[in-house]
Design a binder for this molecule. Sequence first.
Ligand code: ZN
Length: 358
Amino acid sequence: MTLRSLPDRKPFLTAALALVTLAALAAAAISAEPRAKDLFGAKTLPPVAPAQSFGFYSKGCFTGGVALPMDGPAWEVMRPSRNRRWGHPAMIALIEKLARDAQADGWPGLLVGDVSQPRGGPMMTGHASHQIGLDADIWLTPMPRRPLTFAERETMSATLMVNGKTHLVKDALWTPAHTRLLKRAASYPEVERILVNPGIKKKLCDTVSGDRSWLRKIRPFWGHDYHFHMRIGCQPGSPGCKAQEATPGDDGCGKPLAWWFTEEPWRPNKNPDAPKARDLMTMANLPRECQAVLAAPDAPSLAAVTYQGGGGAAVAVAEPAEPAETISDSNAVLPAAASAFAPTPKIGIPVPRPRPGN
Ligand SMILES: [Zn+2]
């Protein structure tokens, strides 16, 4: 290249530079892979499919999920706009069973918090776990005697059961019915762990007499001062579901609990701005099957994937469906593949919408 020819070549150089810049931008765009939480958070329905969990409670997804109906004789779904009332059918069946059993025990009914997103996966806000349809949060506030409106379910505040300074249960709020509710939840063989605030665990350790074997499943954890978190084990038909380590065999009231009443667990986070795993995960971090879970077509309607187990009926598992026509009303015939699920009764509450981006 001569000096003389340079001016002539300048436009080409400019064009070449522009191309390089574009390529760099494209590369940057590729490396800024979409976050798994954005992809899973955008799904409003699961596919109709046999239920299957993939991965771990804090790193996975699931398919064949069903929705807990917004209301039942013994439960109400809270924060419905989050659209997190989805779970493995075994989880949803168990919530309904717990609701009925708890009512028989004298608890007025359950206020149900987050279960999972329609296809699980990491969430935009909140939990690290709840990703494979096998975790559910139940409020420690009993269901009020009158039905809550949609607005009340969004805004009603929960009762904090634990003093934030002493980490001890507020004695004026704790009742034997709370203990019975936790004992009932722990009594189910499929429940492997129940996470509660350390103060609640201590209260149980200090007050439960007779059979204390169930305390093994009650695990102290940060938060969980207005709700408890019920976790069931990997379900049959989910070979890709990673089980959690078994809890120790003792009641957990000794040394490990004492640690929670030291200063150490409550020290301020040295780096509160560090991003959480939930916020960083891309599809590459999740089990490979989650790609297919995400890509599967939506169920034909909300009704087709709303659980109607009734009196503790066997868990229904649907076969994969051909994409079907939209069902216009609840009397329409469901696709054969979804026949395990009866239509949702009219409940006079708007269908939840996905949580708006914030
Ligand atoms: Zn939870």
